[in-house]
Design a protein around this ligand. Structure first.
Ligand code: CP3
Length: 370
């Protein structure tokens, strides 16, 4: 009898230590992580693309003091601070580490800068040989501030909040690297792929290597889930989409899964229209982020295979009020009986009043509070 209660006591202590250990490492399965893995939960998890950014006065303040946008990205304390800002204001389920997809070309030795009020600029490359020879230690060293920002943020986040790491997909990064700036249709880049398919393949292959390394390192440093942004894959034809978006993304997913089999991964093939279902089937991602052009019937069809995330129009968030609330409810009604996470179809626009975000999050939370 005495023996029995002794072992019972030891067992309880062990369960307690295991539980605390899990909490400390942030490895507790939040509702967000559960839904990404296909489990149902009572509440709808919500986060918003570009939830940290210029629509928040407290972001603009930190940004002003940091000076340059890239300096903000590479200063771990500040990057962590702005990552946490939206969670201090709103009842969000996840933080996305503050950084930019273009830190990868920068870490590869390409010149990258941000023109005030215009957007990113890069010194365009024509071939992978225009970049310095790849050195993995140098690459990771350059990105160490991003990893430190992840560690600081994970340590500061409550255990019921998840931390998302991200990268641009190879096609989207290659668009910026070759074109040197944003474009509506990336005609130059598509023309380049027809003229120089082998040289372009080399660029994509290098990007698959480094994005995989980068994402694995993000998990090591505290990311609980990953999102891959393919913001410009919508300009591709069906064959190009398969070769330059689907296949490279599938390879990244394979490599990351080899290192971390359980890490949930979200893909965002923005504006891919007809290509979404193929992307879901062939990349092996856990969840797909949906832009606002997709009908809810397509999102529902994809829910038989993956968790869907989306797809409120960011212009409705800018507008706010009844139009926003009724569309948000419609999305929840259509999708909440299967794996679903609420989000926008693209990032928060900088003119958006923070009160609109407040009302949107309350609408989503109230939906399952009854
Ligand atoms: O809160 C978050 O979502 C995390 C932060 C984040 C930023 N960029 C910060 C940022 C994320 C996830 C990104 C990803 C990103 N960056 C993408 C993919 C997502 C998408 O929007 O399609 C792309 C294509 C980029 C490249 C990029 N960076 C552009 C085109 C711009 C200019 C756009 C603009 O609104 O001016 C940036 C700059 C940038 N990245 C800002 C922020 C907050 C604004 C810079 C500033 O503060 O001055």
């Amino acid at each position: 009898m005495i023996h029995g209660s002794y072992y019972y006591y030891i067992l309880l202590i062990n369960i307690f230590i295991y539980f605390i250990g899990g909490l400390k490492s942030g490895s507790m399965k939040t509702e967000f992580i559960k839904r990404l893995s296909g489990e149902h939960t009572d509440h709808i998890p919500v986060w918003l693309m570009r939830q940290a950014g210029r629509y928040l006065p407290e972001y603009r303040e930190v940004r002003k003091n940091a000076g340059d946008f890239l300096t903000l990205c590479y200063t771990p304390k500040l990057a962590s601070e702005v990552t946490l800002q939206p969670l201090q204001r709103f009842d969000l389920d996840a933080a996305i580490i503050f950084s930019d997809i273009l830190v990868i070309p920068h870490a590869l030795g390409q010149k990258v800068w941000f023109e005030e009020g215009e957007g990113p600029r890069l010194d365009p490359i024509q071939s992978i040989d225009d970049l310095p020879e790849f050195n993995q230690d140098k690459f990771l060293n350059h990105l160490d501030p991003v990893f430190e920002a992840l560690r600081l943020t994970r340590a500061a986040l409550p255990d019921d909040k998840s931390l998302i790491g991200f990268a641009g997909a190879p096609w989207t990064l290659a668009c910026y690297m070759i074109n040197g700036r944003g474009s509506r249709d990336y005609q130059n880049v598509r023309h380049y792929t027809f003229q120089n398919p082998d040289a372009f393949q080399n660029i994509i292959d290098r990007l698959v290597d480094v994005i995989s390394i980068y994402l694995i390192e993000k998990i090591k440093n505290g990311a609980n889930a990953l999102q891959i942004f393919d913001s410009w894959c919508g300009v591709l034809s069906v064959e190009e989409f398969d070769r330059w978006s689907v296949q490279p993304t599938a390879e990244i997913v394979r490599r990351v899964r080899k290192a971390y089999p359980d890490i949930p991964m979200i893909g965002f093939p923005r504006m891919a229209g007809y290509g979404y279902e193929d992307y879901v089937e062939k990349t092996g991602i856990n969840a797909v982020s949906c832009d606002p052009t997709l009908p809810l019937s397509t999102l529902r069809a994809m829910q038989d295979h993956v968790c869907v995330q989306g797809n409120l129009d960011n212009l409705l968030l800018l507008k706010g009020g009844d139009a926003m609330v009724s569309q948000a409810k419609k999305i929840c009604e259509a999708l909440n009986d299967k794996p679903f996470i609420f989000n926008l179809g693209h990032g928060v626009i900088k003119e958006t009043p923070p009160e609109h975000v407040e009302l949107l999050i309350k609408t989503i939370k109230d939906f399952t509070r009854g």
